[in-house]
Design a protein around this ligand. Structure first.
Ligand SMILES: N[C@@H](CCC(=O)N[C@@H](CS)C(=O)NCC(=O)O)C(=O)O
Length: 90
């Protein structure tokens, strides 16, 4: 089914295709009609390096949230889904 999805800027989801926790998050985002920038850590080694350097570990999914003057790295699929469910703009 085709669905128009709202782009949420300043958010990036680090993931890889076959990771079941990433699939869970991506499906939840699809159901909520949300689109964020996706960064595959297996396809591009610079994405994996960015995740480890910024977030501190290579676990996915991880959501990079860019706020006015700080960057937050949110791990754990359930926490990421909950974050989007509570986002006022959604
Ligand atoms: N409890 C975590 C589990 C995430 C997880 O185990 N991800 C795997 C990929 S499917 C991973 O990144 N493993 C590598 C690592 O933890 O360093 C969640 O729900 O997000």
């Amino acid at each position: 089914m085709f669905k128009i999805r709202k782009n949420i800027p300043n958010h990036q989801l680090f993931y890889f295709d076959t990771c079941p926790f990433c699939i869970k998050v991506r499906f939840a985002l699809w159901k909520m009609g949300i689109k964020v920038k996706m960064k595959d850590i297996l396809l591009r080694r610079e994405n994996k390096a960015e995740l480890i350097a910024g977030g501190g570990k290579k676990q996915v999914p991880c959501l990079r949230i860019e706020k006015s003057n700080e960057i937050e790295w949110l791990y754990e699929s359930d926490a990421i889904i909950k974050y989007f469910q509570n986002l006022p703009t959604v």
